[in-house]
Ligand binder design. Structure first.
Ligand code: SF4
Length: 489
């Protein structure tokens, strides 16, 4: 997916951008980049491949030296393309970072080339660079702000961005607010402002001494300078923030829409425990599949009244990154090597595990096999969200790119005897507690060898998060979204 961070400061801010960007490393695996400028207005840029080495290691002293003296800049962790891009345009030179997804990228390119755009440069990977396409759309506007709004209107998918121009940062949140954008300020001892910042993860702020000011609304565009922030485009009214930020993606110390991720996960775990009264006397310990299942499991355990214990520990000294490599077989290998079973916590026990979600189920199946090998008597599994039935079409959400591989879809295909799953067929299996739903869950349970398996209900997950249900994107569970419905009319 990716994440970004930016600072405008009264003094050099290279370290702020370096550490602030690094705090988004859990959101992407491939590229890390920074672009900065100083009073001369010249923009300097560095991009590194971070697929095997963490961002902070890649940007050593040499890389940082190039930014010496810069007092404003933007940084990005990207799951796909090279960025930031530095673009010279009729508005002057700017640097741009985007987070999102462009489903209609080929159509946009065709149309723009037909209408006078002469070429695109960033084809080194053989694919168009979505950030360059967004920049192209922006440059066709009458002003930067009008261009950003135009790009957000044209793009099918989502687009949040940071744009560095003439010592100011333009921050724009996706039209439907799929991804968060948070503004912050650092105050001097005398009460004056020493720097302003913009981030996707609010957890980047505390250690850099920034305080949260506000979150941008859907489609809102702000211009950030040291003097203040100016609303360049007011927020729209339809919000569909990605629910997965609270389920899995978001860092535990971050908050979105004023709701802390860790606390939402505790509430969600407690809600799952409330639905498991019948198992009260049958479970010995509660465990979380590290790391993202742990807070759900803590919430479950606290409510359930059975101890939380670690039956797997993560080997963090060398497997520090929470995300996996993009290649599937490598990902499975890494996932296995990272997790070490604690046999004394497993042997002879009836264990209940919480995981954030069940995507393909392949890694989970392997993990369960290892739990039984270490002597578990029973393995009960609770997924903190409903069965995933649709691939994400708004963010490059790497865990569910191929719909056919989703464990729930495979189970339906098995029950229906066909892989041609129409929305009508899937709709029957979406209804919590229906006979089709229960049959689907049972197929997954048997395949992964769980004693019992339950998925959290969508409404209960939404309530655990606690913002209005209609403000949460739920497309990957129910295939419903006003923007998609609009297109299909
Ligand atoms: S489809 Fe799922 S992963 Fe994608 S934005 Fe919506 S909730 Fe998030």
């Amino acid at each position: 997916m990716g994440g970004f961070f930016g600072v405008v400061s009264g003094a050099e801010c290279v370290e702020d951008i370096y550490y602030g960007t690094d705090y988004h490393s859990h959101l992407g695996t491939r590229r890390g980049g920074m672009a900065m400028s100083c009073n001369s207005g010249v923009i300097k840029r560095r991009i590194h491949d971070i697929s095997n080495t963490p961002f902070r290691t890649k940007f050593g002293a040499e890389s940082l030296a190039v930014f010496k003296g810069c007092n404003c800049g933007i940084g990005v962790i990207s799951d796909d393309e090279d960025q930031p891009l530095v673009v010279t345009s009729k508005f002057g030179t700017f640097a741009i970072i985007t987070v999102g997804r462009i489903n209609n990228i080929d159509e946009i390119i065709r149309k723009e080339l037909n209408e006078g755009v002469s070429h695109l440069c960033e084809y080194g990977s053989g694919e168009p660079n979505p950030t360059e396409v967004a920049a192209m759309l922006i440059c066709r506007g009458d002003s930067l702000v009008e261009g950003i709004a135009r790009a957000q209107q044209i793009i099918d998918g989502s687009l949040s961005l940071l744009l560095l121009h003439n010592g100011a940062i333009y921050a724009a949140r996706d039209r439907y607010g799929r991804t968060p954008v948070v503004l912050g300020t650092r105050i001097n001892a005398d009460g004056s402002v020493s720097a302003r910042s913009v981030t996707m993860e609010s957890s980047a702020f505390p250690n850099l001494d920034f305080e949260v000011d506000c979150e941008l609304g859907p489609g809102e565009i702000r211009k950030i300078t040291l003097e203040g922030t100016e609303v360049m485009k007011k927020p729209g009214c339809c919000k569909k923030i990605c629910t997965f930020f609270w389920v899995y993606y978001g860092y535990p110390s971050s908050s979105y829409e004023g709701v802390n991720t860790e606390l939402a996960r505790y509430r969600n775990g407690a809600s799952m425990a409330d639905q498991d009264e019948e198992y009260k006397e049958k479970i010995d310990t509660i465990c979380g599949i590290p790391d993202s299942g742990i807070p759900h499991a803590i919430g479950y355990s606290n409510r359930f009244g059975r101890p939380y214990q670690r039956s797997f520990v993560k080997y963090t000294p060398t497997w520090a990154r929470s995300f996996m490599p993009p290649n599937q077989s490598m990902r499975e290998k890494v996932a296995k090597m990272k997790l070490i079973p604690v046999e004394s916590q497993i042997s002879g026990k009836k264990l209940l595990f919480c995981d954030d979600s069940i995507v393909r189920g392949t890694q989970l199946g392997d993990t369960v096999k290892r739990i039984y090998e270490k002597g578990a008597v029973e393995v009960h599994m609770r997924s903190s969200c409903p069965p995933l039935l649709y691939g994400c079409r708004f963010l490059n959400f790497s865990r569910s790119r191929n719909e056919q591989e989703l464990a729930a879809r495979k189970a339906i295909a098995e029950l229906e005897g066909t892989e041609e799953l129409t929305p009508e067929i899937i709709a029957k299996y979406q209804v919590f507690g229906s006979k089709e739903y229960l049959a689907m869950v049972n197929v997954i349970r048997k395949k992964l060898n769980f004693t019992t398996l339950k998925f959290q209900q969508l409404e209960k997950l939404q309530d655990a998060i606690g913002i209005p249900r209609e403000d949460l994107c739920t497309y990957c569970w129910n295939g419903c979204d006003p923007t998609v419905d609009e297109k299909n009319k």
